[in-house]
Write a protein that binds this ligand. Structure first.
Ligand code: BES
Ligand code: MN
Ligand code: MN
Length: 466
C-alpha cells in the first residue's frame, strides 16, 4: 500500500521548502476577525486561500460575501461516480494580546525545534494550508482527484461564525455533498493521534449592571446605595453550587447523560491528571463533582466567566462606588442542549439573582450547537485507517471541549455526516502567546489527507456514505 504513494512522496519531498515558505506567507497576514481594523487583512488572507485553490486547479473559486468576513469557496467535480467531500477550515485567527509574552512577534513566523511559531500556525491556518497543499499535490501528481471536492474556508470562526450558517442555508443546493471533513481539531495529550468525535456548543453573553448615573464618592454615599460591582459579584457567585454544578434551573434538563460505555471509553484514554495540572500551572484541578477531569473538560456542560470589569483599576486608591460593572459569561454545551434555551435560562437566573438597587441587563453575544459524530461511520473509520497508516498508530477517539460554531450546521443544514479530521498537537497553545504547529504533524497530516481522498473513493458511491 505504502509504495503506491511513492509518486506523491517524491513530489512532496521536492516541494517541501516551497510549501513551508508558502505556509509562512499565510501566517504573516494578521487576519484577526474580532478586530475591525484588520478587516483588510482578512480580505488579504481570503485572497491568499482563493489564489492557492486556483493555482492548485480547483474551479469556481470565489471570495463570497456573507454579510461579514467573506468565505472562500471552490470546487472540483469531475469524479462522477465518486463521493463528494466538503472540506471546512478557517483562515481567521484570534487576537494576539498579551503581546509582551510572545518570544517573537505573532505575525513574524519563526521555525524552531521542528515547530512553526505564529498566531494561527495551528488554529487554523496550518490545517487549511495542508489541505491546499494536498489539493495541489493530487492535481500535480495524478492530474485528477478520486473524489469530488468542495472547499469552504471561512473568515469569522474565531468570532462566532455569525454569518456562515445563513450562507450555508442560502447555498444549500450548490453545496450538495456526501460528507463534511472539518479540519479544526487536533490530537490528544502527548501528541497521540486522535479523531475528535464530539465538540461542545456555546452560549456567550454579556452582563451589564448599572447603578448611579456617575461614579459616586464612596465616603459620601457608601452605605446608601447598592454597589454594582458587588451586585455583579453576588450574581456570578450564585451561578454555581458547592458541588461545582451550574445553579441555573433547567440547565441540565436536555443534557444527554453519558452512558456507562461512554464513560468507560473516556476512562481508557491515557490521561495523566497530575501532568495536566502541572502543565497548566494551577495549584489544583476543579470542577463538577461526580465526573472525572476528562469528562468535565470535554463531555459535560460548563458555565465560565470570561472577563469581568468595572470601577477603578488604576494605580493607588480611588474611593468610588462605580456607576456600572460588567462581565462576559459563556457556557460550553453538550447534546441536546440548545444554546438559545440555555441563554433564556441563564438570563432569567441572573435577573433573579440581581439584588435590589441596580439595573441588570443580559445580552446574547453568540451561539453554537454541540455536535457528536458517529465513530462507526465508514468515513470516520476510513480516516482512522489513513491516520494509522501515516502516523503508524491507530487514533484514539476523543471528545473535545472546544467549539466550532458551524460544525453542527453541516449536519443540520446540509444533512451531512461530519468527520473532524485535525492534526494539531495538543500543546499548540492555540489562542495563547507563542502558538505553534509541529511541522511533522503538518507534513504527516498532509499525507493523511492525500490518502483520505482515495479511502473515501474506495468506500464508493455517494449513497453508501449515508
Ligand atoms: N479550533 C477551535 C476549536 C477547538 C478548540 C477544537 C480546542 C479543538 C480543541 C476553534 O477555532 C475555536 O477556538 N473555537 C472557539 C469558538 C468561539 C470563538 C465561538 C472556541 O471553542 O472557543
Ligand atoms: Mn479553529
Ligand atoms: Mn480557535
Amino acid at each position: 500500500m505504502a509504495d503506491s504513494y511513492a509518486d506523491f512522496e517524491a513530489y512532496l519531498q521536492t516541494t517541501a521548502s516551497a510549501r513551508l515558505a508558502d505556509y509562512l506567507e499565510l501566517l504573516r497576514i494578521p487576519s484577526i476577525s474580532a478586530l475591525s481594523e484588520h478587516a483588510g487583512d482578512i480580505r488579504t488572507a481570503a485572497g491568499f486561500v482563493a489564489d492557492r485553490l486556483r493555482a492548485a486547479g480547483i474551479e469556481h473559486v470565489e471570495v463570497a460575501e456573507t454579510g461579514g468576513h467573506p468565505v472562500v469557496y471552490g470546487d472540483w467535480l469531475h469524479a462522477p461516480r465518486a463521493p463528494t467531500v466538503l472540506v471546512y477550515g478557517h483562515y481567521d485567527v484570534q487576537p494576539v494580546d498579551p503581546l509582551d509574552l510572545w518570544e517573537t512577534p505573532p505575525f513574524e513566523p519563526r521555525v524552531e525545534n521542528g515547530r512553526v511559531y505564529a498566531r494561527g500556525a495551528a488554529d487554523d491556518k496550518g490545517q487549511v494550508h495542508l489541505h491546499l497543499a494536498a489539493a495541489a499535490a493530487w492535481l500535480a501528481v495524478r492530474g485528477a482527484f478520486p473524489v469530488n471536492l468542495r472547499y469552504v474556508v471561512e473568515g469569522e470562526e474565531e468570532s462566532g461564525s455569525e454569518n456562515l450558517e445563513r450562507w450555508l442555508e442560502e447555498h444549500r443546493d450548490r453545496l450538495s455533498a456526501d460528507v463534511a471533513v472539518i479540519s479544526d481539531t487536533g490530537f490528544f495529550e502527548g501528541n497521540l493521534p486522535a479523531i475528535t468525535v464530539g465538540l461542545r456548543g456555546m452560549m456567550y453573553a454579556q452582563i451589564d449592571v448599572v447603578g448611579s448615573r456617575l461614579d459616586l464618592h464612596s465616603g459620601s454615599h457608601g452605605g446608601a446605595v447598592m454597589n454594582p460591582a458587588l451586585a455583579l459579584a453576588e450574581i456570578l457567585a450564585g451561578l454555581h453550587d458547592h458541588d461545582g454544578r451550574v445553579a441555573v434551573e433547567g440547565f441540565y434538563d436536555d443534557v444527554v447523560e453519558l452512558t456507562g460505555g461512554d464513560r468507560a471509553e473516556l476512562a481508557r484514554l491515557p490521561f495523566d491528571e497530575e501532568a495536566y495540572r502541572e502543565s497548566l500551572g494551577v495549584p489544583a484541578l476543579h470542577g463538577e463533582r461526580g465526573y472525572t477531569t476528562v469528562e468535565r473538560k470535554s463531555a459535560r456542560p460548563t458555565l465560565d466567566v470570561n472577563g469581568i470589569w468595572g470601577g477603578f483599576e488604576g494605580e493607588g486608591a480611588k474611593t468610588i462606588i462605580p456607576a456600572h460593572a460588567h462581565a462576559k459569561v459563556s457556557c460550553r454545551l453538550v447534546p441536546d442542549q440548545d444554546p438559545h434555551r440555555v441563554f433564556e435560562l441563564v438570563r432569567d437566573r441572573i435577573l433573579e439573582l440581581a439584588p435590589v438597587g441596580v439595573r441588570v441587563e443580559v445580552r446574547l453575544i453568540n451561539t453554537g450547537h454541540p455536535l457528536v459524530t458517529p465513530i462507526d461511520h465508514p468515513a470516520t473509520q476510513a480516516a482512522a485507517a489513513c491516520i494509522r497508516e501515516v502516523f503508524g498508530k491507530a487514533p484514539l477517539f476523543i471528545r473535545e471541549g472546544g467549539s466550532v460554531p458551524v460544525a453542527c450546521s453541516f449536519a443540520s443544514v446540509l444533512s451531512l455526516p461530519v468527520v473532524l479530521l485535525g492534526f494539531t498537537p495538543p500543546d499548540d497553545q492555540a489562542h495563547a502567546p507563542n502558538e505553534s504547529m509541529r511541522l511533522d504533524n503538518y507534513e504527516l497530516g498532509l499525507r493523511t489527507v492525500i490518502r483520505y481522498w482515495d479511502a473515501l473513493a474506495a468506500i464508493g458511491l455517494a449513497a453508501s456514505l449515508d
